[in-house]
Design a protein around this ligand. Structure first.
Ligand SMILES: [Zn+2]
Length: 127
């Protein structure tokens, strides 16, 4: 089993003077901002497991570590495409690798002679 740990720097929102509390966030590998704490240093945007989850599906702990990132076979996932359609499938990999594979990339999800190129926007992990 390979476990890849990656950390993303926490950043402080511009505005409040240094030395005073400010909301913090990080920038997900997908490019989106993910809110981590509010101006009173209280965690925000957390799921039931205590993770901060980006719109793309990547999750982080409150110190910016990507969570969890173990390779697992036959993960059950749901991909949301740029037109709002979804595809449920299984795939092997780490959470970060699977998100990097789908989010921002184009796939032909058409059937038969009907090509349908769609861009991945979000991955949800169903298991
Ligand atoms: Zn993201």
């Amino acid at each position: 089993m390979t476990v890849t740990l990656k950390k993303v720097a926490l950043r402080r929102e511009d505005g409040p003077p240094m030395g005073t509390p400010a909301p913090c966030y990080l920038v997900c590998p997908c490019g989106r901002k993910v809110a981590i704490c509010d101006a009173r240093a209280q965690p925000v945007n957390r799921n039931d497991a205590g993770e901060h989850v980006c719109e793309c599906g990547q999750a982080f702990d409150s110190r910016g570590w990507l969570q969890p990132d173990e390779f697992k076979p036959m993960r059950s996932i749901r991909v949301t495409w740029d037109d709002g359609d979804t595809t449920t499938t299984t795939i092997n990999g780490t959470r970060a690798d699977i998100i990097a594979y789908y989010v921002g990339n184009y796939f032909n999800v058409g059937a038969g002679e009907l090509d349908a190129m769609k861009q991945g926007k979000r991955v949800e992990f169903l298991d």
